[in-house]
Design a protein around this ligand. Sequence first.
Ligand code: RM4
Ligand code: MN
Ligand code: MN
Length: 430
Amino acid sequence: MSFELDSEHLATENQKRMKWVEEDYDHLGRQLARRGVDIEKLTERAAAFRVSVPSWGLGTGGTRFARFPGPGEPRNVFEKIEDCEVVLKLVRSTPGISLHIPWDQPESPAELKSFAQARGLFIDSMNSNTFQDQPDQPLSYKFGSLTHTDPAVRRQAVEHNLECLELGVELGARSHTVWIGDGGNFPGQLHLRKALDRYLDSVREIYRALPDGWRLFIEHKLYEPAFYSTVIADWGTSYYCVRELGERAFSLVDLGHHAPNVNIEMIVARLVQFGKLAGFHFNDSKYGDDDLDAGSIKPFQLFLIFNELVDAELASVPGFDPAYMLDQSHNVTDPIESLMTSAAELLRAYVQAHLVDREALAQHQDGNDALLALQALKRAFNTDVEPILAMARCRAGGAIDPVGVYRSSGYRRRMAEARPATARLGAGIV
Ligand code: RM4
Ligand code: MN
Ligand code: MN
């Protein structure tokens, strides 16, 4: 039986905080009015913001050293969807789910679809997995998948992607995301040009099978699991490939898939300009990981990325329609709490980016006034927009304080009883 996070509990908790939120909201409204900004319009925009949750982010993740499971983890895709419902119920901006196959392969796609729908959720993007071997798989991906030297392995990897598309149609998804772990650990291991040729041959087949109305997203990553070279290492390679593929192929930016200090907002601007930005896998990282919670390490970078996105949105750049998705691994936190917090961080950056005085910024840029140009950005970034986020959530029926309400609801404790751990949880990334 599915557990509903109690609506009465939510209402009581909101009631406790409402007076202060209203006071802060009114005050911020007056401040923003002085800057020529209508707070109500911003709150409307905030309420319309959407980001998808990864099914693989609901279980506790791990590193290559260990995984420390948390209590009450979801043991299958249905339980993951129950947890997604909690996230949605409290933050209201996360009705979409990205699904990883075969990790979350449902026995009955129709049942999964209606299970999600009944909870206000839908399957948004499909993700294939050819970076691991599955128990019943005839050929190994140890030396690659879509780019393997053996055509039989490439065929197997292509077939898996085609199955993801078929399944996605049954589930009502609208896009397919391909990330491959292919690459080399040693100089000389791969013929760099030939490997990319093989990739293109394989991915063309997937592209040709793309269902009507779907988009194909390809994801670059500079290293890991391959430590010397990866076939789709950077946005340049990704951009070349999506151009080769056709108008329904786009480059997906996973924030953690770049070398430290890379100017990601510039990559975003370029992809927007070239009409090839698929969207994002949001996360954060300090060194070489792609797993930490969005906005936890470099909130200014996140703001600068949203600054580019909002600039494109306001300029109505043709074809601009990025898909926002989270892709994180929660190793030391409760995944529900991390996902709710990350969704809020994205919304914060989005609302702050809407506070940039774009006319003033354009003037400073035209006048080569670097100092005031930065100040125009900083002024927006330094504005505490929490009252807008809280008000948008609350008006949509969500929580003023999602983590507070979640903790006091006792949901995790109840799940720990209802979901005794099985030998091997199909949860999280390990
Ligand atoms: C990869 C990549 C993919 C994700 C897997 C689990 O690093 O980010 O998007 O599906 O991890
Ligand atoms: Mn990713
Ligand atoms: Mn990743």
